[in-house]
Design a protein around this ligand. Sequence first.
Ligand code: ZN
Length: 406
Amino acid sequence: MIRLLIFLVLMLQIIACGAPKPGQFTYPEPVDTSTRPIEMQEKKTWTVAGVYADNQFDAARLNDFTQLDDSTWQATIRPENFPINMSPWYAFRLWADSTISINLRLHYENGRHRYPPKISTNGRTWQPIDSTAMQPVDSTDLLVKLDLSTDTIFFAAQELVPSRDVESWCSLMALHPAVTYGSAGISKQGRNIPMLIINEGEPKGKEMVVVLSRQHPPEVTGYFAMQAFVEELLADKPLSNAFRKKYRILVFPLMNPDGVDNGHWRHNAGGIDLNRDWAYYRQPEVRQVTARIVQEAHEFKNPVVLGLDFHSTWKDLYYTFDETLPSVLHGYKDYWLQGIEEALPGYKADDRPNGLNQPISKTWFFQQFRAESVTYEIGDNTPRDFVRRKGAVAAIEMMELMILRN
Ligand SMILES: [Zn+2]
């Protein structure tokens, strides 16, 4: 009996040693992704001369609220730490004792205005503010004319998509029999890192596609594109049905739940840009997700052939690999982008090829698996119906290419 136990323990150790781990990779521009302190915003309601503001909801960001003169109130927005990428997220609620027109100054510390404000009465449907009601101030701030009343309005940089909404979307996707809704682990502050596994039939031996989103909290247009992409994979159409039988897909729709729910500009709760930690694994979100991808690929003998990471930036573009990086799908991206262009009359894909410069998810997929990989960027202000349409088209074109290749 004891011999059997020793044998089993030895076998387990051999199996454990045999399982591959995410590799250590070096880059010409290494990044120190050691945890740094962040400033947590104080959650409160401000009452200032009959006007109220609050940040007591997930994804809110408001650091101070003051009155500048009889008709002007100021909302101060600070990043979680500094230095930081210039993506100054803000989101708060406003109301007043009575109907009143005010000037609202968006005042940025360590930042300058980027996202045109949107308002909402319910936090779900959003209206852009008329451009004639906005005017830049002092090269960093924005002055907005606003009508307030006793009814609360949401005032935000982009649509609110907190972790709760991502989990609801995952639950909805999991109604599809091909979807398993699981967890890749727990963030630094204890939030779930959701994961969807899409597969039909025997999972073993299939090639794998990995989809990521929301490493950077304000990048909700990238998240919308990812949703449309995944929903197309789950459509009841001959192409999607065939694709799910042939490939296994892992989806990590919310890489940075702490940053999202805390209304961060860029970083996780460790004060780090997660998309610079894909060689070091110092942050728990990247550490657990990479370990999970490697483990799934090993356990089910699923070679990862394609990684897609959805982001937002100033305009629509694709960061791809240049000719020096022959992935297992070498040439894929040229056909893919051409297919997307042909499916969207008048659209020209903006391809930005580069090499292995930075420890980001895109380069990790190549280094770890020799997989093809693309950072799929959607503009902050790209019309939302086009974001969704292009996301679906991107899925269709990907599936056609992948079905044809074997
Ligand atoms: Zn990004």
